[in-house]
Design a protein around this ligand. Structure first.
Ligand SMILES: C[S@@+](CC[C@H](N)C(=O)[O-])C[C@H]1O[C@@H](n2cnc3c(N)ncnc32)[C@H](O)[C@@H]1O
Length: 328
């Protein structure tokens, strides 16, 4: 469950667009703000304009922050990769996502939408400044309804490869605190020392749940030819999951990341609708066709063998059944 570091692997079933509780009032232009922010979909109002709303006919709130409930961590053991003497259970955000062991992790700096990355471990960049810098996201990106993939994010201008476009915001949760519930908007991020661990010693991680309190990045869809990645970075001392452009991205293009083979793969039940030439679904179709051809060839071979055998057996039988020759 959740999105492991750098990919969207293991995301749960969609809840956002498909499972809405009730329909919005049709023909009304009054889109009220309510406290509920879940379950997003598009609403065509009487003026013909589609607006992003949720089941309460309200505009989903964009929360560009980490939300934190200390009580959710009380039952959790002290993470093995935290340095001795850390604050546990965490009382504030930085007790949990303090960039411990991030000697090699780049800082996004105070600015956004460019490729200026800070490598100074003792820098004074702050999450507050970063949040302020990313709050104008609507100048840079637009949420639009896609044909088969729910809501997507489109660029309002071009970006260069290497630009940091934003960060995955949401509620910080542990696996235990989620109590088995799944959401499509879960992102897993490692905490503590993220240097390589043995498979027997998995790196502790927490989940950023963007479903109810998230920002625009929760709407980035998957593509098998993605132009962005989720990358663990830091803002000063705070660890974040940044969105980085891995290609030059033109204006008007939909942003995408690769959710990973465990989400859209040859063995998964979910079907990708990204439609690019290298899409896993095309590979699946090619493989299925090849398997079909192989099966057909095997069946034909089997039929030939059976026919040959029958012919041989039939010949013998016929010989047996033949009446004795009539001698004249
Ligand atoms: C994190 S959400 C992305 C935002 C989502 N489109 C929405 O409207 O809320 C992930 C969900 O989006 C949809 N999705 C994303 N990429 C897709 C793709 N390539 N093909 C089909 N569905 C996709 C799936 O329903 C997936 O479970």
């Amino acid at each position: 469950m959740g999105i492991p570091a750098t990919t969207y692997n293991n995301l749960a079933r969609p809840t956002g667009v498909t499972k809405r509780r009730s329909s919005p009032r049709r023909g009304s232009l009054k889109i009220r703000r309510t406290r509920s922010r879940d379950r997003f979909f598009w609403y065509s109002a009487s003026d013909g304009v589609s607006r992003l709303v949720n089941s309460n006919n309200s505009i989903p709130e964009q929360v560009n922050n980490y939300s934190f409930a200390p009580s959710e961590f009380h039952h959790e053991a002290y993470p093995k990769t935290f340095p001795v003497g850390g604050v546990w259970p965490p009382q504030q955000i930085d007790d949990l996502v303090f960039a411990t062991g991030s000697e090699n992790t780049d800082c996004v700096g105070d600015t956004c939408y460019n490729g200026n990355i800070c490598e100074d471990l003792d820098c004074t960049h702050t999450l507050a400044a970063w949040k302020a810098a990313t709050s104008d996201w609507e100048k840079h990106f637009e949420l639009r309804k896609t044909e088969h993939r729910g809501i997507g994010v489109y660029t309002r201008h071009a970006f260069r490869q290497g630009a940091i476009l934003g960060w995955y915001a949401g509620e910080l949760k542990t696996l235990a605190s989620m109590d088995g519930s799944k959401s499509d908007y879960l992102m897993e991020i490692e905490i503590g020392d993220i240097s390589p661990h043995t498979p027997l010693e998995p790196t502790p991680s927490i989940y950023i749940d963007g479903e109810h309190k998230g920002n625009w990045t929760r709407f980035i869809n998957h593509s098998c030819a993605a132009d962005c990645v989720f990358r663990i970075m830091r803002v000063g001392n705070t660890r974040i999951m940044a969105v980085e452009a891995i290609k030059d991205i033109p204006r008007g293009k939909e942003l995408s990341v690769d959710y990973g083979e465990q989400y859209y793969g040859l063995t998964t039940k979910k079907r990708c609708a990204c439609g690019v030439p290298e899409c896993v679904e095309r590979r699946r179709i090619r493989l299925e066709k090849a398997m079909e051809r192989r099966k057909t060839a095997e069946k034909a071979m089997e039929r030939r063998k059976t026919a040959e055998k029958a012919k041989r057996n039939g010949n013998i039988k016929r010989c047996r059944r033949v009446a004795p020759p009539i001698l004249v």
